[in-house]
Design a protein around this ligand. Structure first.
Ligand code: HEC
Length: 238
């Protein structure tokens, strides 16, 4: 009995050993694959840390650009003025103010790019001006968001302001500094939530009637029910 019991124990020891061995092997495999996975992850993270504004925000901007006609009238001017503190190291904004490291910014909103005749702008800015001659709201927004990315090679060594709301407030306040005559556009349904999809639907608007009303009131329901109809309205405006 005892011997049998012993040999039985030995058998179980072997079995247990085999199991432990297998478990160990599994752990090793998991560990190794875990290491592989982990070595890959930083690469990905780095990519995301570096690129979110290009891919994520950039794409978002393409899908739904800022609707200036809606956001400017309600912008927080005091917050915008406060945000300008970040620009003051290089820019004055008062009428007749001196150029510093950067050009005076009085009346820059809606004004021509390189609006200060006496300032030594970069070649990069000259090139940019050829493509975008006016500092309209979109242009200013793109530039302030990421100067070096939007105008590669610009002398404006400033990281940019990623927060959209802050940029809106800042641009709204800048407009009060000599650019009051630069009109705020009418709210644009093509830039409002619910109009995100139409960018792809290029079907011409058969019934452009009451496009604004139709777009605003039932915006939520029809977006899902009849995307085709929705798509027809804003497309031609873009
Ligand atoms: C470190 C200095 C510096 C800071 C900070 C800075 N800028 Fe600039 N800015 C410049 C320089 C230099 C230029 C000229 C760029 C060029 O020629 O490439 C410029 C150009 C500009 C222009 C184009 C002006 C024109 O006449 O075409 C605008 C608009 C502008 N800056 C806005 C801002 C705003 C808004 C801020 C704050 C959020 C800001 N800048 C912060 C240095 C700066």
């Amino acid at each position: 009995m005892r011997r049998r019991g012993m040999s039985g124990d030995l058998k179980w020891n072997k079995i247990m050993g085999a199991c432990l061995g297998t478990a160990f092997a599994i752990l090793v495999v998991q560990q190794v694959s875990g290491m592989v996975y982990h070595t890959k992850q930083p690469e990905k993270m780095g990519y995301f840390v570096d690129a979110p504004d290009e891919s994520a925000a950039g794409a978002a901007e393409e899908v739904l650009p800022i609707d200036w006609g809606t956001v400017l009238p309600t912008a927080d001017l005091a917050a915008g003025e406060a945000a300008f503190a970040r620009c003051q190291a290089c820019h004055t904004v008062n009428s007749g103010g001196a150029d510093g490291i950067g050009p005076n910014l009085f009346a820059v909103v809606g004004g021509p790019a390189m609006h200060r005749a006496g300032f030594a702008y970069s070649d990069a800015m000259s090139k940019h001006k050829a493509e975008a001659p006016t500092w309209n709201y979109d242009e200013l927004d793109h530039f302030i968001n990421a100067p070096g990315r939007y105008v590669p090679g610009t002398k404006m060594s400033f990281a940019g302001i990623r927060d959209e709301k802050t940029r809106i407030n800042l641009i709204a306040w800048l407009r009060t500094q000599g650019s009051g005559g630069y009109a705020i556009p009418a709210p644009d349904p093509a830039r409002q939530p619910g109009a995100a999809a139409p960018a792809e639907g290029e079907a011409p608007a058969a019934e452009g009637d009451a496009a604004t009303e139709a777009g605003s009131a039932p915006a939520d329901a029809p977006a899902a029910d009849a995307p085709a109809t929705q798509a027809t309205n804003p497309a031609p405006q873009a």
